[in-house]
Write a protein that binds this ligand. Sequence first.
Ligand code: NDP
Ligand code: OXD
Length: 309
Amino acid sequence: MALVFYSDSDRFEPWRDALTAAVPDLEVRNWDEAGDPAEIDFALVWLPPQGALQRFPNLKAILNLGAGVDALLKDPSLPKGVPIVRMVDDDLAKCMAEYVLLHVLRCHREQPALDAQQRAKQWRIVASPAACHRRVGVMGLGAMGGEAARHLLAVGFDVASWTRSAKPMPGVEGFHGAEGLAPFLARTEILVCLLPLTAETRGILDRDLFRGLPRGAYLINAGRGGHQVEADILQALDEGQLAGATLDVFATEPLPADSPFWTHPKVTVTPHNASITNPHSAVRHVVESIRRVRAGEPLRNVVDPAVGY
Ligand code: NDP
Ligand code: OXD
């Protein structure tokens, strides 16, 4: 059996070593040395070029190196009927939860404003309420949002979620669907977006949505750049509707040098590193998918292309 790998070149060797240690009879080939396309059973990929996967006629599964499959699903020539498995992994979820906790705490304690005060040598005491009085709203309560919510609850935040279907979670006030969005936003002082990018969620972080939040709310987006209408974020910040934004994802990545986000005093930019799949932890999920295919068992975490996640 053979697997072809596509990602940044420095990721190949660690993945090859982890995979061959776990499945000694699996041949792991780098993209440029894939050999006979008919020999390839699995593709383990992150952002492969459009049209590239159709050349493997015997693919049994496409295994995505990340949680989000929006880039893969954009490819109209994806081999029909080949299941796509997204990455669901403990470390991936925990690192995301740490990112969310870090930035929610920064907003909660108004750290960006305190940093600015320090630069200006200003002594102005800012009192923050206890976390239980801070209402955080998490959009998307899947592998990422669920773990983020658990971390936030552990610190004592007042947490709500917004999902597509009803998704009860102990300690979290749940909202769902179009009718749940307005009440969810109205009670949310720090909004965290961990949605997948789909036809329904594209551009959701726009002017109308920001107007539904209490004035002075914070936005944290670690979902996808396609969720945010960047001009609307800037306007909401400049008007004070948003007090600040922490953005890990952008319409264009890397973020262009002339983007106003780089220097905006109310914006924190991180380079799409909220959470990154690592082979040490995630290899077992890839191995489990390979085992299931070989055993003729149903795969887990299969994407539904019709809904987009
Ligand atoms: P999941 O598929 O596990 O969860 C998705 C969640 O979003 C579900 O709760 C789902 O609702 C909800 N959702 C989907 N569509 C809608 C909608 N139209 N309205 C309301 N809720 C909706 O995904 P993950 O948690 O694994 O990942 C989420 C996203 O996080 C990824 O797609 C990716 O874009 C991003 N990500 C970013 C990273 C980074 O470093 N910045 C790293 C990893 C992921 P329901 O429960 O009803 O199905
Ligand atoms: C992912 C990502 O989707 O890193 O896993 O963005």
